[in-house]
Design a protein around this ligand. Structure first.
Ligand code: MRU
Ligand code: ZN
Length: 232
């Protein structure tokens, strides 16, 4: 019987910046940061009209380019489905960032700092102010980035039993917070997107830095979004 054409040419490339190679190398990088351990978390990249997706339920730091799914973005149909694998359960959430924000990549982490920030905040947003690293976060309404004296506000949505059931509330948060490039998921992690894969990466790094800092500030009795007070 003839083998189904699985379009390996869509994922096999010598170019380290090919999306299929980048998903593999970045997942190793994110694993070492504790963002994608134990199969959780992941990344999807949109390049031209193709969306590149990791498989579901696998050790993300051990993915090979042959394991990558490729979707045609305009039609949402799969151009390549590796046999015996399922696409990431995060697919509809990654797609929300591509469709609603035109993102070029979306990163999902299970970072403990992100989870702790959702536990330290009872409401539906998490914020921080007056910290230099805020300046790495884009603010679409101004066409630029947050300033040092601005307050950064990230929406928090409630977790669900299944990843795909988060889609509706993530889409609502994206609509309600037009300046955000991230949505926290309570007791779960965070989704961060960017115009390009490198912007998504640096924004995810900057946010994780701020999440870690905020946890330490709270431990020291400081309010992360509070006013600047003279050091004692
Ligand atoms: C540790 S299981 C985590 C999953 O349920 C989910 O939250 C996740 O982030 C990864 O889903 P996956 O389908 O493996 O890409
Ligand atoms: Zn997850």
């Amino acid at each position: 019987m003839a083998q189904e054409n699985n379009h390996e040419e869509l994922v096999l490339s010598e170019d380290p910046n090919h999306p299929a190679n980048l998903i593999c190398s970045l997942c190793k990088n994110f694993y070492s940061l504790g963002w994608v351990t134990g199969t959780g978390g992941g990344i999807s990249i949109r390049h031209d009209s193709n969306v590149y997706l990791a498989p579901s339920g696998v050790q993300k730091e051990r993915i090979n380019p042959q394991d990558i799914f490729v979707m045609d973005f305009p039609t949402k149909s799969y151009l390549r489905r590796p046999p015996s694998l399922k696409p990431s359960a995060c697919t509809p959430l990654f797609m929300a960032s591509f469709t609603k924000r035109g993102a070029g990549a979306c990163i999902h982490t299970h970072s403990q700092a992100a989870v702790l920030c959702t536990l330290l905040t009872k409401g539906s947003t998490w914020s921080i102010a007056n910290i230099e690293q805020i300046k790495a976060i884009p603010r679409p309404s101004t066409g630029g980035y947050y300033g040092f004296f601005d307050k950064l506000v990230i929406p928090i949505i409630e977790n669900t039993a299944h990843e795909e059931d988060l889609t509706e509330s993530l889409e609502k948060a994206i609509d309600e917070y037009p300046d955000t490039c991230a949505v926290l998921v309570r007791r779960h992690g965070v989704y961060v997107w960017g115009d390009t894969v490198w912007k998504a990466k640096t924004q995810a790094e900057s946010l994780d830095y701020l999440f870690q800092l905020a946890v330490e500030m709270v431990k020291l009795g400081m309010e992360p979004a509070g006013p600047i007070t003279p050091a004692e």
